[in-house]
Design a binder for this molecule. Structure first.
Ligand code: LRH
Ligand code: MN
Ligand code: MN
Length: 386
C-alpha cells in the first residue's frame, strides 16, 4: 500500500494490547528489582495502562493474567477499565506456578492434576464472560527434562483432551489462542514447542482455536515472518505476543533487538490481510531495569513504526519486480520502505487524532510518574522472577 491516506487510516485503527504484568515489578530468576510507584492492585495496573492509551491512542486493550490479577469481582474490574476508556483483552491462564505442576499441567500423568489444570482454564473462561474478554490465551510450561521421562504421544493425547473440554466451553464470540515455546522450563521436550504442534491442535479443535506467535519463543535464526504468512494463509493466526530477544525468551521491548524482523513480520501481516481486529497485537514484555510506563509507550511506538514502514511498501512495484524475476529490484522495494523515516508520518497521524506528536514527552509532562511514586507504596511483583 503506498497510498498515504490509506496508510494513515490503517495506523489510526490498529489496536495494540498491553499486558497487565508489564506494569508490575518483574525480574530474572536471579533478582527482581523493585521500582518505586508500581501498581499494588490490578486496578492500579489498569490506571497505568490508561496513561499509555492517553498518549498513544492505539492501546485501549489490556491483557490480564490469572492468578496475578485475581480479584473478587471481575465485572467491577471490567467497569473500572471501561471508566478509564479501556477494555479487557486476553485472559492469560497460568498453570505453571503450582507445586502440583512439577510434571506438567494438562499433560501430567496424574488425572487429578490434569483436572485441576482444566478447572483453572474453565475458570478463565468464566472470567472472560464476566469481563467481556474475547480471547483465552493458553501457554503450557508442560514438557519433560529427560528422554524417557514420559511418553511423548500420550502427553499429546492428554493435551488434546484438555483442549477439547475447554473449547467446548467457549461462547460463540470467544476464542482460544494457543501459544508455543521451544523450550523453558522444560529442557528436553516441550509439549507445545512449535507452531506446527499448535496448529495441529487448533485445526483439530475448530475455528475458535487459533495460534499465537510469541516472537521470543523460537530458536535463533527462525524465520518468524514465514510462520506468520503460513498461519494467515491457513486462517489460523490469532495474534502475537510481541517482545524482543537477543538470546532466549528475553521479553525485552519489541522492536529493540531487531526492528527489521518486526517490519518483515508486519509486512506479512498486511499482505495476508491480518491487520484488523481478528489479530490480537499483544505485548508480552517485562521491564526489569527500565521505567515501565515509558517502556510500554516506546514499545507501542515501535510496533507503529514497523507497521507504518510495512504499509509504505510499494506493492505494485514489488509484484512487477517479482514477476520479471528482478531479484535486486524486489529487494530494493522492501528496503526502500524499511529505510523510510516514518516518524514524521506518525507524528502527523497523532496530531490528526488529537494527540501530542511525541507520546513519551507527553507522558513525562503529565506528572503521572511523580504522582505514583508519591502515592503508591509497596508495589507488587508480576509473578515472574525469584
Ligand atoms: C511464557 C509466556 C506466556 C505467559 C507469559 C507471562 O513464556 O510468554 O505468554 O503467559 O510468558
Ligand atoms: Mn507469551
Ligand atoms: Mn515467553
Amino acid at each position: 500500500m503506498s497510498d498515504l491516506s490509506a496508510a494513515k487510516a490503517a495506523l489510526k485503527s490498529q489496536r495494540i494490547e498491553t499486558p497487565s504484568w508489564a506494569y508490575a515489578n518483574s525480574g530474572t530468576r536471579f533478582k527482581v528489582f523493585a521500582q518505586k510507584g508500581v501498581p499494588r492492585t490490578p486496578q492500579e495496573k489498569l490506571d497505568d495502562a490508561a496513561r499509555v492509551q492517553e498518549v498513544t491512542g492505539v492501546a485501549p486493550v489490556v491483557a490480564l493474567h490469572i492468578p496475578w490479577d485475581r480479584v473478587d469481582d471481575y465485572a467491577a474490574l471490567a467497569r473500572h477499565a471501561e471508566d478509564l476508556g479501556l477494555r479487557v483483552g486476553a485472559i492469560n491462564s497460568n498453570v505453571f506456578q503450582d507445586d502440583d505442576y512439577r510434571l506438567g499441567s494438562v499433560t501430567n500423568p496424574d488425572p487429578a492434576v490434569r483436572r485441576k489444570a482444566v478447572d483453572h482454564l474453565l475458570e478463565c473462561v468464566d472470567i472472560m464472560d464476566a469481563t467481556g474478554s474475547r480471547d483465552l490465551k493458553l501457554w503450557f510450561s508442560d514438557g519433560t527434562n529427560y528422554p524417557g521421562q514420559d511418553d511423548i504421544v500420550a502427553r499429546q493425547d492428554r493435551l488434546a483432551e484438555a483442549l477439547a473440554e475447554v473449547y467446548a466451553r467457549l461462547g460463540d464470540d470467544q476464542r482460544m489462542l494457543l501459544e508455543y515455546k521451544l523450550f523453558e522450563p522444560a529442557f528436553y521436550a516441550t509439549d507445545v514447542p512449535d507452531w506446527g504442534t499448535a496448529y495441529a491442535h487448533c485445526r483439530a479443535l475448530g475455528p475458535k482455536a487459533q495460534v499465537v506467535v510469541d516472537t521470543g519463543h523460537h530458536a535463533p535464526g527462525t524465520n518468524i515472518e514465514f510462520i506468520v504468512a503460513v498461519l494467515l494463509r491457513e486462517g489460523k493466526l490469532g495474534g502475537f505476543d510481541f517482545n524482543s530477544r537477543f538470546y532466549a525468551d528475553d521479553d525485552l521491548m519489541v522492536g529493540a533487538a531487531d526492528p527489521f524482523q518486526l517490519f518483515r513480520i508486519m509486512f506479512e501481516v498486511i499482505r495476508g490481510g491480518g491487520l484488523g481486529p481478528d489479530t490480537a497485537f499483544m505485548l508480552d514484555q517485562c521491564h526489569n531495569i527500565e521505567p515501565k510506563i515509558p517502556a510500554i509507550i516506546r514499545s507501542v511506538m515501535n510496533v507503529q513504526e514497523a507497521t507504518a514502514k510495512a504499509l509504505l511498501v510499494d506493492v505494485p512495484a514489488l509484484r512487477e519486480a517479482q514477476r520479471t524475476g528482478d531479484v535486486l529490484g524486489a529487494n530494493a522495494v522492501l528496503m526502500d520502505a524499511y529505510n523510510t523515516d516514518v516518524r514524521p508520518l506518525l507524528a502527523e497521524v497523532r496530531e490528526e487524532m488529537g494527540l501530542d506528536p511525541d507520546p513519551i514527552a507527553a507522558y513525562r509532562r503529565s506528572g503521572w510518574a511523580e504522582r505514583i511514586v508519591a502515592e503508591r507504596v509497596g508495589g507488587t511483583q508480576a509473578g515472574w522472577g525469584a
